[in-house]
Each structure stands twice: as C-alpha cells, then as structure tokens.
Design a protein around this ligand. Structure first.
Ligand code: ZN
Length: 253
C-alpha cells in the first residue's frame, strides 16, 4: 500500500530546477498527491499539472494571505476551472491567517466566506488553512454546516478538533516528527485514526531527518511513520487506513 501526500505545492519556484526528480520520486514511492493552489495563477498551474500527470490531483482557491487578489472575475475563473476539469478535488487552500497581517482580518473573512459559498455551490470539500485564528474559523464554518473537508497541517488542540470532527479530517504534517512537538504528539494520540490524513505542505515544513532542506512529497513517509508509532499501530495497517481516509475526504473513486 502506497502513501498519498494530501497537500503539496509543486508549482513553487523551488522546484524549477528539479521538478523531474521530485515527480520521479512521487511516481515511485506514492500512490498520488494533491497539489494545492493558493491564488488564481497557482490554481491554474495546479490544474495543468493534474491534466498532465495521472498521479496528481488539484485543488483551486485563494489563500488568506493572498485574499486581496480575490474578486468576482477570479471567482468566475475558479468556478470555470472546477466545471471543466474532473481532477479538481477541493476548493482550497482557503481560511484565515492572523499570524501574518498581509491582508486585514475583514478581507480575509469576506474572501473565506465567499469561497465557502463557492464550495457549497460546486459541491466540493474545502481545504482549510488556519493559523492563529481558530475561534473565527470555527465561528464561520458553523455558519456553513453542510460544507465539509480537511483542516490542513492541523496543529490545534484536540478540544478544537472535536468541534469540527463530525465533518472534517485533520491532515498532519512534518512538525509531528520534531521531538519537541509535545502538544502536537499529544493531540495526534487522541485524534481518532479514521480522521487522520498526512501531508508534506512541501516545499515547506520538512520533516526529520531532512529538516532544514527543501521538502518534497515523497518525504510524507516520515510523517506517517511517526504517527504510526505515536498511535502504536502497525505501519502497513496505518497506510491502508490513510488511503481509505484520503479517498473519503476528497471523494476520490
Ligand atoms: Zn499549503
């Protein structure tokens, strides 16, 4: 059973020189990856990649840090992409990021809500980016109870996760491999195994033993191995569960 990286950014310029090697590693080691857009251009490029390579699926959406680029024309283009490409599996990444103040909270919330409505209209799950904004994210998601999806690179508390458990999966990334990530280990230990996904968020968040280098999707194995050891479950068994969870979360097959 092969792993799936549920969140990567292969359109990042850090792969300009070695994308062929990164893709070869995906082909050899993984089942498939989900390549995530964060503005109109990267969403279009993500769709292009997914049409070129069988083992790449795409998401389209505008990240909270880029939400001042969102307007009705962008929304129409995102909608058109979803309607014309069957490998787009979600709207994302969307959400709130109060850690960075590139865009005001008001604009972030407005653009988040508009894209939740878009996901509802197009009947797609959402990939949520949330940083230092759990309260507002949950308050907004509670207004759209029929939208479900994935909390990406989740590192919040178990109590926060419980509030979204009925309709969200929790995708865990590289920091879980850090020995000092005690709170994250504790949360993962409590999280129900049928709600867990794994991702790299590459080129960011590189896991141990490659910490400090550029991340790539094939390194998702270190994330999965660490979680299997925290949950005290056999690795092969865990990979099967992850595959099942991922296909359910993104409605693949
Ligand atoms: Zn991302």
């Amino acid at each position: 059973m092969k792993l799936i990286d549920t969140h990567c950014h292969l359109t990042d310029s850090r792969y300009n020189d070695n994308l062929d090697i990164v893709l070869k590693n995906i082909r050899e080691k993984l089942d498939f990856v989900i390549n995530v857009g964060y503005d109109l251009k990267t969403s279009e490029n993500s769709v292009k990649l997914s049409n070129e390579y069988e083992y790449i699926y795409a998401t389209v959406g505008v990240h909270p840090n880029d939400s001042d680029s969102y307007n009705i024309l962008v929304e129409e283009k995102l909608e058109e992409l979803v309607k014309n490409n069957n490998k787009i599996v979600a709207i994302g990444e969307i959400g709130l990021d109060y850690y960075r103040d590139y865009v005001s909270k008001e604009i972030q919330q407005d653009v988040f809500i508009k894209q939740l409505k878009l996901a509802k209209k197009l009947d797609k799950p959402v990939v949520i980016h949330c940083r230092d904004a759990y309260k507002d994210t949950i308050d907004i998601l509670n207004e759209y109870k029929d939208v479900n999806g994935i909390m990406h690179s989740y590192s919040g508390s178990y109590d926060t996760a419980k509030l979204l458990m009925d309709r969200f999966y929790f995708s865990i990334s590289g920091p879980v491999t850090f020995s000092n990530a005690i709170n994250l280990h504790d949360m993962v230990e409590k999280l129900p195994i049928d709600k867990i996904l794994v991702e790299t968020d590459s080129p960011y968040l590189t896991p141990v033993p490659y910490r400090g280098k550029t991340n790539e999707p094939s390194y998702v194995e270190y994330v999965a191995q660490k979680i299997a050891s925290i949950k005290n479950i056999e690795y092969d068994e865990f990979k099967k569960i992850l595959s099942k969870n991922t296909k359910k979360a993104f409605r693949i097959e």
